[in-house]
Design a protein around this ligand. Sequence first.
Ligand SMILES: Nc1ncnc2c1ncn2[C@@H]1O[C@H](COP(=O)(O)OP(=O)(O)O)[C@@H](O)[C@H]1O
Ligand SMILES: [Mg+2]
Length: 289
Amino acid sequence: MKKYRDIAGDGGSNIVGQVEAQQARLLARLQDVRAIVAVVSGKGGVGKSSVTANLAGAFALRGARVGVLDADLNGPTMAKMLGVRGRTLVVGAGGVEPPVSALGIRVMSMDLLLADDATPLTWDAPSQAEAHTWRGTMEANALREFLADTGWGALDVLLIDLPPGTDRLATIAGLVPGLSGTVLVTIPSDVSRLVVRKSITVAQQTGAPVLGLVENMAGMFPGPGGEALAREAGVPFLGRVPFDPALAAAADRGEPYVAVAPDAAAARALSDIATLLGDTLTRVARARS
Ligand SMILES: Nc1ncnc2c1ncn2[C@@H]1O[C@H](COP(=O)(O)OP(=O)(O)O)[C@@H](O)[C@H]1O
Ligand SMILES: [Mg+2]
């Protein structure tokens, strides 16, 4: 796989041409992907990645062809949560082949490109100040390359796990013109409500439908719930996932909770959310065609 600096900091070669070619390849690669959903939250640590992994698991358990793109370049967790960490990437005829999880989920993550646990992602630039200035551009380039180089094949749904921060959603929406919509995740705290309310505004501005809001870690915090926030913001409420330490333990073992403890309340909630989301995606697709 090419180094990202080949695109990001090549000192005056044909960057625009390369980006256009990549964007065209990206569209071609995503041609057989029926729905693309970005999972977002302005806030970190609310469980975006856990929700993404379990929605992917729930869809896969129902026989859907599922892909997950870990768009969190600095704190990638999807390879770990889906049990494909340490797999070697293979370049095939159709691009870089994403490792396939035990449930059949195809996973692409920066984690699969980094040498070891201690190695962080760093951007190559003449100075750290410049690296800082260019970070947004370099991230967008890296994500474009990820999407353009991965041989996703035919998928029913591709879930994109975004890093915290709302600006990244605009980046993804710009890269993926066919984004089916966004799912937002919050926890019942005033701080989360405040941040996620802003994220909903950003999500609404992308032009892709807001598919709904998930309240995670319910019962853990005494604050205002997701349902009231969803009502206030005028977006669908998808459901409430209780706090359950066994869910976190399963994620650490690389197993979606919905697969290993399907009868647990948190797993049932996630499975119900997947059902609602699936119905919503079908409606969105029908409205578009
Ligand atoms: N419903 C839940 N119950 C218990 N632990 C959870 C739950 N949701 C997430 N966690 C744990 O909280 C931590 C943060 O979750 P994560 O999905 O990584 O959040 P984010 O992607 O939003 O930063 C992880 O250790 C995860 O296992
Ligand atoms: Mg995460």
